[in-house]
Design a protein around this ligand. Structure first.
Ligand SMILES: NC(=O)C1=CN([C@@H]2O[C@H](COP(=O)(O)OP(=O)(O)OC[C@H]3O[C@@H](n4cnc5c(N)ncnc54)[C@H](O)[C@@H]3O)[C@@H](O)[C@H]2O)C=CC1
Ligand SMILES: CC(=O)C(=O)O
Ligand SMILES: [Mg+2]
Length: 371
């Protein structure tokens, strides 16, 4: 198969869909790989490294989109990328369609077969192609929150770890999945006072075991959310209902009960955000203030640490990427967990949560693949 990897064009996105190491694997499977010039610059991989791995280098993104049967990316396609996609072409990348009606229309109009990393599943109920970036974003959430808490950055001027004789800062993590776990690890590492809220009691039990008393766990109700947000210096939003738009758990009204200069980091912003007052920001201008509360809502947080993130992402995407390249649509027929990643095919929405969020009729993946 002809596999193409364009350079990412989202604001301050330095990751790349294929590392040179991944290109070697595709080449070893007999595939022709085309990489846009400069695509790996953000991770220190020049065109020569890609050539040595077996890729050809394209001068323009147009060449990559036109000459590839499968496009491997990181972030959702931008408007000038939608129009270059076509029927009988596979797109393999993050999509986050539920909060993004415009992109959804663009993908449906193209007819492309769109496989979203974030809805591919595994046998343990996890999201294996989302998990590595959730690990990165969870860890970064505390770095971003700690920086935003500094007075010169608009925060209330609290050091999360405190110092001997002064209490540490309070961190509330809403959603104790992968992002939540990794945010809590970093916050604990800094010496903060950490509470994790979740709706899953089995998950709260696991977290209690993992942290052995070093974090508080709390069942997530409106009352619990209010109490934790009102006393927090830093709140991390880390909930997910796979494929769906994030539930709005912190209302605008609740902000008035929070400390002035407290910080909200809404990691769930790629699914629309779990704070009512969140809107997506970029690494170029990551924060804004509402009711005296600093909001950090960057939708591609791992793009800030591309050397770590691109390799972690490629580790996770390689297996199914090779399956798609080797078998084409048959990979989706054969592998139910990969098929759960199919969000759109030939102009139809094939993911139930996306169809529900955006008001489309659901086309059953098995049926559309058989057609
Ligand atoms: N902004 C960024 O750059 C990035 C964002 N993300 C996003 O972070 C979000 C979280 O991802 P993961 O941790 O991997 O998901 P996950 O599925 O591992 O964890 C989500 C957790 O939220 C909990 N939850 C669901 N509804 C809840 C509610 N009403 N109250 C409390 N808890 C609730 C679930 O029980 C689960 O434990 C996703 O939207 C993901 O796309 C992930 C990576 C990068
Ligand atoms: C998961 C996601 O949206 C990201 O890594 O940017
Ligand atoms: Mg994102």
């Amino acid at each position: 198969m002809r596999v193409g990897c364009p350079k990412e064009i989202k604001n301050h996105e330095y990751r790349v869909g294929l590392t040179p190491g991944a290109v070697r694997e595709y080449a070893a499977h007999g595939h022709q790989v085309m990489v846009e010039t400069g695509a790996g610059a953000g991770i220190g991989a020049g065109d020569d490294a890609y050539r040595a791995a077996g890729a050809t280098i394209a001068k323009t993104p147009e060449e990559v989109f036109a000459k590839s049967d499968m496009i491997v990316k990181v972030k959702e396609p931008q408007p000038n990328e939608w129009v270059q996609l076509r029927e009988n072409q596979i797109l393999y990348t993050y999509l986050h369609l539920a909060p993004d009606p415009d992109q959804t229309k663009g993908l449906l109009a193209s007819g492309v077969t769109a496989v979203a990393y974030e809805t591919v599943t595994d046998e343990r109920g996890g999201l294996p192609l989302l998990a590595p970036m959730s690990e990165v974003a969870g860890r970064l959430a505390i770095q971003a929150g700690a920086t935003s808490l500094q007075k010169a950055n608009g925060g209330r001027g609290v050091l999360l770890g405190g110092v001997p004789g002064v209490l540490p800062g309070k961190v509330a993590v809403i959603g104790g999945g992968v992002v939540g776990l990794h945010a809590a690890k970093m916050a604990v590492g800094l010496g903060a006072d950490v509470t994790i809220l979740d709706r899953s009691i089995p998950r709260l039990r696991q977290l209690d075991d993992i942290f052995n008393g070093r974090v508080h766990t709390r069942y997530s109700t409106v009352e619990a959310l209010e109490e934790e947000c009102f006393s927090a210096d830093l709140v991390v939003g880390a909930v997910l209902i796979p494929g769906a738009a994030a539930p709005k758990l912190v209302s605008r009204e609740m902000l008035s009960g929070m400390k002035k200069g407290a910080v909200l980091v809404d990691v769930a912003i790629d699914q629309g955000g779990c704070f009512e007052t969140s809107h997506a920001t970029t690494h170029a201008d990551p924060t804004y203030e509402v009711e005296g509360v600093i909001h950090y809502c960057v939708a591609n947080m791992p793009g800030a640490v591309p050397v770590t993130s691109a390799h972690a992402l490629n580790n996770a995407t390689l297996h199914y990427g090779l399956a798609l390249a080797d078998k084409g649509l048959k990979a989706l027929v054969d592998e139910p967990h990969l098929r759960n990643g199919l969000n759109a095919h030939k102009g139809r929405i094939t993911n139930a949560a996306v169809a529900d969020a955006l008001g489309y009729d659901l086309a059953e993946p098995k049926a559309v693949l058989a057609a």
